[in-house]
Design a protein around this ligand. Structure first.
Ligand SMILES: C[S@@+](CC[C@H](N)C(=O)[O-])C[C@H]1O[C@@H](n2cnc3c(N)ncnc32)[C@H](O)[C@@H]1O
Length: 318
């Protein structure tokens, strides 16, 4: 087994240029660069709030009748948000975290150690998972499929490393329609905030220009990093074609996403110290209330393709 590569949080200009034509290199550089501040940027924690959120996503897709599993694998683990919180919720007794970005694997292993969870990790491309056939009882991922150039190949790899009857759950994938309105709302919020904060009296709300420029440069790489948006029926077809059984795609967050994306963009556009506890509570409670509305009312009348997040589950045929 060759040793894992080292993180590259400070790429050269030539590497960044090459990454514009190479989605996998773009993912490594972008996420190595983000690894150190990722939990803070996305308000990721390993307490009740995120444990409930992660477990809620798994249950929404697949229920929890088979818990606990013995061995769990996560693809595109980032800092470990999904699997570490799922393990704290009781999903599995042993975890393996993998990611294309060495910086992210290091961060996830650090977080696992801090939480005292039995987790090992490898730098790995989801299209070539470095584990033997039938190693895992469950495979999970959050916000990773849309970064993988060949989703069908990745799902075939997932089925190979699952034991017969084992389950996969991928959550947090953008739908085609959801991405359309979320991006526009985000762009509008960015434009409005960065324009208004030029006005006299509001300049204390403006982030230093160098930081705003850096965010814009990162956004340019985002166009390469984000490979797909999904139509729920098409995602089901890809999972079935990969050989999965019991495939199901569910969606969630309609009005909640319409609040969530402008809120996150606003937070990225103004100095963090300007937004206190009151703002955090407004954002979280607002998102919670709208999620309730989406789940209990709108999901009965709005087509599933209009919701922002898709979750896909399936099993390896026994
Ligand atoms: C949006 S982040 C999500 C991280 C984490 N799952 C979360 O929800 O916080 C996507 C992650 O997928 C990883 N990734 C991108 N392409 C990948 C690939 N081909 N194989 C494995 N991981 C990949 C990135 O490096 C990044 O850490």
């Amino acid at each position: 087994m060759s040793p894992d590569p080292e993180p590259r949080p400070h790429p050269t200009a030539a590497e960044v240029e090459a990454a514009r034509r190479d989605p996998k290199l773009a993912n490594v550089l972008y996420h190595d660069w983000e690894a150190g501040s990722y939990d803070e940027k996305w308000s990721i924690s390993y307490d009740e709030r995120c444990i409930d959120y992660a477990a809620g996503r798994f249950r929404h897709a697949a229920g929890d009748a088979d818990w606990p599993y013995e061995r769990a694998l996560e693809l595109g683990c980032g800092t470990g948000f999904f699997l570490l919180n799922l393990m704290q919720a009781g999903l599995a007794t042993h975890g393996s975290v993998t990611d294309l970005s060495p910086g992210m694997v290091e961060a996830a292993l650090r977080n696992a150690e801090g939480l005292g969870l039995p987790v090992d990790g490898r730098v790995a491309d989801a299209e070539r998972i470095p584990y033997d056939d039938a190693t895992f009882d469950v495979v999970v991922g959050h916000a990773v499929l849309h970064h993988i150039p060949d989703v069908g190949t990745a799902l075939r790899e997932v089925l190979r490393v699952l034991r017969p009857g084992g389950r996969f759950v991928f959550a947090g994938e953008p739908t085609k329609i959801g991405d359309f309105y979320a991006r526009r709302l985000g762009m509008l919020t960015w434009k409005a905030t960065t324009t208004l904060t030029r006005l006299p009296g509001l300049q204390g709300w403006r982030r230093p220009q160098a930081e705003l420029d850096e965010s814009s440069r990162a956004a340019a790489l985002e166009a390469v990093v984000d490979q797909h948006v999904f139509d729920p029926s098409e995602l089901e077809r890809v999972a079935n074609a990969a050989g999965a059984a019991d495939v199901r795609v569910v969606t969630e967050e309609f009005t909640a996403a319409m609040l969530g994306w402008p809120v996150r963009t606003f937070e990225a556009a103004v100095p963090t110290e300007r937004l206190g506890w009151g703002w955090a509570m407004f954002a979280y409670r607002g998102w919670q209330r709208l999620s309730w509305l989406d789940e209990n009312v709108l999901s009965r009348v709005v087509p599933r393709a209009w919701f922002y997040n898709a979750l896909v589950t399936g099993t390896r045929p026994a």
